[in-house]
Ligand binder design. Sequence first.
Ligand code: PLP
Length: 288
Amino acid sequence: MSQDTAEGRAVRSSGPLALAVSGRGLIDPDEPVLLADDEGFTRGRAAFETTRVYGGRPFRLGEHIARLERSAASIGLPAPDRSELEHLAALALGHAGVPDATLRLYWSPGAPGGNPVGIAMVGTIPGWIEEVRARGQRLVSLLLPRPSSPWLLPGTKSVSYAVNMAAEAEAKRRGSDDAVFVDADGIVLEGPVTNIWWREGDVLVTPSVDLGILAGETRAALLALAHETGWVVEEGAYPLSRLAAADEAFTSSSVREVVPVVELDGRAFERGPAADELQRALRAVAEG
Ligand SMILES: Cc1ncc(COP(=O)(O)O)c(C=O)c1O
């Protein structure tokens, strides 16, 4: 929702809770940030991160910034300034003043000849997440060629997410909540913004990061928690039929955390103990 001002600029009724930008500090979220010829905008050539904030503290911030550094390197951007990003995150979180939130970090190359731009943006946690966690999500499998060459940017979190968003929209068009990508050989990869997991008896299974999928920070946290709580975990390359025949399935991501799957390609899934157990363990470690 927006309203036009006398100067013709839109003032939004909702938006980020707080915004901090390199070289500028805290700014009004309605102020412009990027120049029009920044390749982050014109080419989608910028790196980003999203993490969830628990009790005012961003979960695994150091690891997220490390992944931002790897993404920047693979896109060919200058290395982000870690301490400046941490400072921007602290400024934005302090200003937002809410215990639970999302924190997004962006690292964009800037206009040609200019300086790179770092952005920390704090937002609210979408209300629909708890609703979908409670009822479970319906997934459809969609084809996505595996990023098997370096120039396809395997494991890179760039802002070029139009394909991921189109897949989400296609899943919704088909009456589902979200997609799970499967490569041309039928190997399960990940969701548009999630990692996928399933349970076969006492074994938790998740695709390997060697497939070029994003090394999710929630995935890493859940791997550690699963080992601690006695689950056997297998990582590898698995056909969709393995997921389809699983006893239970769920997705993981920073903002949505653990969300159970109740349907895949029209087939109903039972809810099981692993998703709820890992969600509880994740909350405990993130809030601890
Ligand atoms: C493609 C993709 N896979 C997996 C994830 C989950 O990663 P994380 O747990 O670090 O949020 C994301 C998160 O945005 C993603 O975009």
